[in-house]
Design a protein around this ligand. Structure first.
Ligand SMILES: Cc1cc2nc3c(=O)[nH]c(=O)nc-3n(C[C@H](O)[C@H](O)[C@H](O)COP(=O)(O)OP(=O)(O)OC[C@H]3O[C@@H](n4cnc5c(N)ncnc54)[C@H](O)[C@@H]3O)c2cc1C
Length: 423
């Protein structure tokens, strides 16, 4: 049995020298161990957050297996937005805790993630959107989030460059923010590895073989043999943190996960002198943009008729739609040069919320997927709560609320709907 520690008891301080030294296993070298207590498949932010928090709680017999490089999936392709403006209490409260973890990240993990709390400004172009924002604000305020409703002129006080034509209102929470995604993963990876977690990149999981020792009804404590081209590991528990590829991994044990990949495009401009503090998001078009600490304008827009695809190509249609919407909202950006454009997969779940907890037929196969367009911001708190549970703590409410069976047993339909699944 592994020792279990509270976070507060972990006295090891992070190396804050700023140098990022990753262990040799991250280069895909070294032999795989024969066995492990937990194998986490997927080296994105979700898998690495769970691994880090497991290690912090004293569980060292943990292996992370990533088929490419860390941040190869959505975690290395996203906008880095972190917000508490949601429409259900559970997501608001989760994100309050995640924001706190993001705020402490640099000190706790010893890497600068350029987290900047410049707020999130959501812009409404109709009275129906204003009513929606007002409803959400009332709930957010009850939870202790200081979001407030603004008239267009007050929104312009925050972003003077806005063209107010057609804007009828806005919501603004000053403690939402943005971060730089990549070092976030490096921080988790380095600190997990320093505490004994073995992380293997360039290693795909190609098979999951349930051990035939106990039936699911008897508790299914047999675990799995995890097969890769570099060898196999016997694992007592497996966590599926493969993002948009989670249905494929789950299929290896005959579990149906009803999420599907949706390509989202995003781009980044040349660096500009700092002028834009908040993330700005337009509800109607799904346009969002923020200015990074390096000065780039990073943003995207929702294209109608999203394809379900793993293709990661970029399109001219995205660029022209984004350019039109951005310049309508902030004409000052008319001459901006776009330097990079890329795409990544949302792991779209049917109700927009994640899929967590064990698969009903395989109690040792845990799901951590379906995070749509908000997995980065949720990863810190979900990773922490998962680790608490897997090391013997009581399961948080999210593990029953967001369980896989909600899509088949009707319980999902009875839950409050999250309708702020945007930007
Ligand atoms: C354009 C865009 C913008 C976004 N903006 C935001 C935002 O502002 N804020 C926010 O919170 N979220 C945002 N998101 C969503 C966020 O990026 C994701 O929800 C989050 O990164 C999901 O993390 P993950 O670890 O679950 O998945 P991923 O990062 O995709 O990681 C899964 C990993 O599993 C690996 N893998 C797959 N199959 C196997 C296998 N068989 N064996 C081994 N490894 C395997 C993959 O290579 C991949 O690295 C955005 C996403 C996109 C695409």
């Amino acid at each position: 049995m592994q020792p279990v520690m509270d976070d507060e008891e972990d006295e090891s301080r992070a190396d804050v020298s700023g140098e990022i030294r990753l262990p040799a296993t991250l280069a895909g070298t070294g032999p795989l161990p024969d066995k492990a207590e937990i194998v986490i498949v997927g080296g994105g932010v979700v898998g690495l957050a769970i691994a880090y928090y497991l290690a912090r709680r004293g569980m060292q017999d943990v292996v992370v297996i990533e088929r490419g490089y860390l941040a190869e999936g959505a975690s290395g392709r996203n906008g880095g937005g972190v917000r508490q403006q949601w429409s259900t209490e559970i997501n608001i409260r989760l994100m309050q805790e995640s924001v706190e973890l993001c705020r402490r990240f640099a000190v706790d993990l010893g890497v600068n993630v350029w987290f900047r709390q410049g707020g999130y400004l959501f812009l409404a172009r109709s009275t129906a959107e204003v009513a929606r924002l007002e409803r959400n604000i009332a709930l957010q305020n009850r939870c202790g989030v200081a979001t407030r409703m603004l008239d267009p002129e007050q929104a312009q006080d925050i972003v003077p460059e806005l063209d107010l034509t057609g804007i009828v209102g806005a919501s603004y929470n000053p403690t939402d923010g943005i971060l730089f995604p990549w070092p976030f993963l490096w921080g988790y990876a380095r600190q997990a590895a320093a505490r004994g977690v073995k992380i293997f990149t360039q290693t795909a999981v190609t098979g999951l073989e349930p051990a035939i020792v106990a039936s699911a009804a008897a508790g299914g404590t047999g675990g799995f043999t995890v097969h890769t081209p570099r060898g196999s590991i016997k694992a007592r528990r497996v966590v599926n943190a493969t993002g948009a590829w989670s249905p494929q991994l789950a299929k290896l044990v005959g579990v149906d996960v009803p999420t599907y990949p949706i390509r989202h495009e995003i781009c980044s401009s040349e660096p500009l002198k700092p002028f834009l503090r908040p993330m700005v998001s337009e509800l109607a078009s799904g346009l969002y943009c923020s200015q990074s600490m390096r000065g780039e304008i990073v943003g995207g827009v929702t294209l109608p008729g999203h394809e379900s695809t793993y293709a990661m190509g970029s399109t001219l249609k995205f660029l022209s739609t984004y350019a039109r919407r951005l310049v309508r909202l902030m004409p000052i950006l008319g001459d901006i040069k776009i330097l990079r454009q890329w795409a990544g997969p949302y792991d779209q779940s049917p109700d927009g919320n994640p899929v967590l907890g064990p698969a009903p037929t395989h109690p040792d196969f845990f799901l951590a997927c379906g995070f749509v367009g908000h997995g980065f911001m949720m990863a810190p708190i979900v990773g922490k709560l998962y680790a608490e549970w897997l090391t013997g703590g009581a399961p948080h409410e999210i593990f029953s609320r967001y369980r896989l069976a909600r899509f088949t047993d009707g319980s999902g339909a009875a839950q409050p709907k999250e309708d702020f699944n945007i930007g």
